[in-house]
Design a protein around this ligand. Structure first.
Ligand SMILES: C[S@@+](CC[C@H](N)C(=O)[O-])C[C@H]1O[C@@H](n2cnc3c(N)ncnc32)[C@H](O)[C@@H]1O
Length: 238
């Protein structure tokens, strides 16, 4: 496919991820590229994944799955439900095709993860997924059974005005299952909550790699508005 044809295929798709398809980027806006470059830096994934297996939960357009393949992973499995159902898989499939990728993909909910059917993985990515979950701990227990190495969780972390060291999490009924509650909010845990959930799910080593920034300001805003704030939280668990 020449550049012109590729650009017109890209233009016909609503993209979440800025994937470089041989010089043509699916979302070329500088701020989007910068955001993903920063995410890659903060996530601190191994630079060399030669021979490793990777599971990307909630892969959407596959940015992180393709990145792991680029870093040498021997097996990458991308799973998703909501985005692929709502917005389609055209982006993922186009990138897969153009990159000549061998990334496996399967429509599978995090709640359906099963070691017998998908196997185990050296690296498991759960990026931007936890706060979509109705039952986070139940999912983390399943994810533990397929993690033979490290799980990387990136999520919104809760920054309340008070009690930030307490294991708090906001209630979320699940995507498309609005509760009608006044403060509709995803399942967003404090750092302590995420650490304790991961330990409870069976991970013995839990390293907090990135904490919500501007905490003092967010706490002040939470106090003034009566609404907890959020920030990026990244944890590695094994
Ligand atoms: C905020 S996006 C994050 C996409 C990508 N992982 C990233 O970090 O850029 C959340 C993704 O998780 C997926 N997702 C939400 N709930 C899910 C579930 N229960 N099982 C599997 N995927 C889910 C959504 O469809 C969407 O692709």
């Amino acid at each position: 496919m020449d550049d012109h044809a590729l650009r017109s295929r890209i233009a016909g798709i609503e993209w979440c991820h800025p994937i470089d398809l041989g010089g043509v980027v699916t979302r070329p806006e500088w701020h989007v590229r910068r955001r993903f470059a920063r995410r890659l830096k903060f996530l601190d994934l191994p630079a060399d994944l030669t021979g490793k297996s990777v599971l990307d939960i909630g892969s959407w357009d596959g940015f992180f799955a393709f990145e792991c393949e680029r870093r040498g992973a021997a097996r990458v499995l991308a799973i998703d439900t909501y985005a692929w159902d709502q917005f389609g898989m055209d982006g993922f499939l186009l990138a897969h095709d153009v990159l000549g990728s061998k990334v496996e993909y399967r429509r599978l909910a995090a709640e359906e993860i099963d070691r017998v059917t998908i196997g185990t993985f050296d690296l498991v990515l759960m990026l931007g997924v936890l706060y979509h979950l109705r039952s986070p701990i139940a999912v983390l227990e399943r994810v533990r059974t397929v993690t033979s190495g490290t799980l990387v969780v990136e999520t919104h972390g809760l920054v309340p005005a008070l009690h930030e060291r307490y294991p708090l999490i906001s209630f979320f009924p699940g995507d498309g299952r609005g509760s009608g509650a006044r403060h509709e909010f995803c399942a967003v845990p404090t750092i302590e909550c995420l650490v304790q959930m991961l330990r409870a799910a069976g991970y013995s080593t839990v390293n907090v790699k990135h904490r919500p920034s501007l905490k003092a300001l967010k706490k002040l805003k939470a106090a003034l508005t009566g609404r907890p704030q959020t920030g990026r939280l990244i944890v590695h668990a094994s």
